[in-house]
Write a protein that binds this ligand. Structure first.
Ligand code: TXA
Ligand code: MG
Length: 341
């Protein structure tokens, strides 16, 4: 199959029409969102959704997120509650996915047999316009091959999906850079399953009872059943060994400078540290205080590191609070909890 890529914005109606038609007829289309690129299919079409799993090499027991153009459309596919509407009013469209009990219309293939469905209304003009034009909810996981970092540019998608899907819509670099915040809710409780740009602090404005699932910060214990199937997969491990350095106890510059002399390594450093390190295989993550930029660059840099052919990668251990919790969560998984203290 030939994979076409088109640069689009919300007014590229010819291409969006073509994409909407492909989706309605059961084909897969890669779509830009504000978080990461998604690999979309008609959420009512179980065969189309099964093809998502094939194209990604995704385990069949890991459910998909269903994307809608308007938060009110959740009513057709899930049993909502007042807390959902309070969240939707302030945070949708946006980088938030809400898990609710599912209605019959959503095939078991989408939810991996679970009785709940994950719902998201993306804040990207192209994604929104396309879902509206297609007239159906769109099931879409991140558009990477399983086990690789989520794609934040159309060329990342092409690297993973060439020959497997007919169309990639290129909407430029994703704004956020990591996947949406995933929460499971009841009328009076929010459980955070995956941290993203919508933070725990923001969620506390809507509900007194906000908790963080254990697997967000820690490894799952042997035999422990995860709240979200995605938690049990070792998401992405770079080809090189990744180590996180706790700079509260270890001097990052001194430590990595020695490693640069002794090893073939890459260093993910803050911009401020660039002049202090040897100018070899440096991957600047952004300014120390600029968490938004660090989030945006994270997957771009991990993909770059893979292409460098080094033996080891050293990076700062991120804070596990606020907006930085999303980076912490992705990095501790990528390094398989190898932390230098
Ligand atoms: O930002 C995002 O959320 C992107 C863009 C494309 O929207 N999508 C994305 O999808 O990251 P994916 O499939 O890579 O991650 C979905 C996560 C997985 O960890 C999955 O296990 C969890 O959501 N999930 C989906 N449905 C669930 C359910 N019913 N119960 C618990 N977890 C669920
Ligand atoms: Mg994913």
């Amino acid at each position: 199959m030939v994979t076409e890529i088109f640069k689009v914005d919300k007014d590229s109606l010819d291409i969006l029409n073509k994409a909407a038609e492909l989706l309605r007829t059961g084909e897969l289309v890669a779509i830009p969102t504000e978080t990461v690129y998604g690999l979309g299919a008609n959420a009512f079409d179980k065969n189309a959704c099964l093809n998502i799993f094939k194209a990604k090499g995704r385990p069949g027991d890991n459910p998909l997120i269903v994307h809608i153009a308007n938060p009110l459309d959740a009513e057709q596919i899930a049993y909502t509650n007042p807390l959902y509407y309070k969240l939707a009013d302030k945070l949708m469209p946006g980088p938030l996915t809400v898990i609710l009990p599912k209605r019959e219309v959503i095939p078991a293939e989408v939810t991996a047999g679970l009785d709940s469905v994950a719902i998201r209304c993306p804040a990207h003009p192209v994604a929104n316009k396309l879902i509206e034009m297609a007239g159906i909810p769109i099931a879409a996981p991140s558009a990477n091959s399983s086990g690789k970092p989520s794609p934040t540019t159309a060329s990342h998608v092409f690297d993973d999906m060439e020959g497997k899907i007919p169309l990639i819509l290129d909407g430029g670099e994703c704004d956020v850079g990591v996947e949406s915040t995933v929460i499971k809710i009841t009328e009076n409780e929010i459980v955070l399953l995956r941290p993203g740009a919508v933070t725990v602090e923001m969620l506390k404005d809507f509900c007194e009872n906000v908790s963080i699932a254990g697997a967000v910060k820690e490894e799952l214990k042997a035999g422990e059943k995860p709240l979200s199937p995605g938690m049990k997969y070792k998401h992405y491990a770079p080809a090189a060994e990744l180590y996180l350095i706790d700079d509260k106890s270890v001097n990052f510059v001194e430590f990595t400078k020695e490693k640069q002399k002794a090893e073939s390594c890459a260093v993910m450093c803050y911009d401020e540290e660039l002049p202090l390190l040897e100018n070899k295989n440096l991957l600047p993550v952004g300014k120390r205080e600029d968490i938004k930029n660090q989030t945006k660059r994270l997957f771009i840099l991990l993909r770059k590191a893979d292409k460098m052919g080094v033996d080891t990668i050293y990076a700062h251990l991120p804070d596990d609070t606020g907006e930085s919790l999303a980076i912490y969560n992705r990095m501790i998984r990528a390094c398989a909890h190898k932390i230098i203290k």
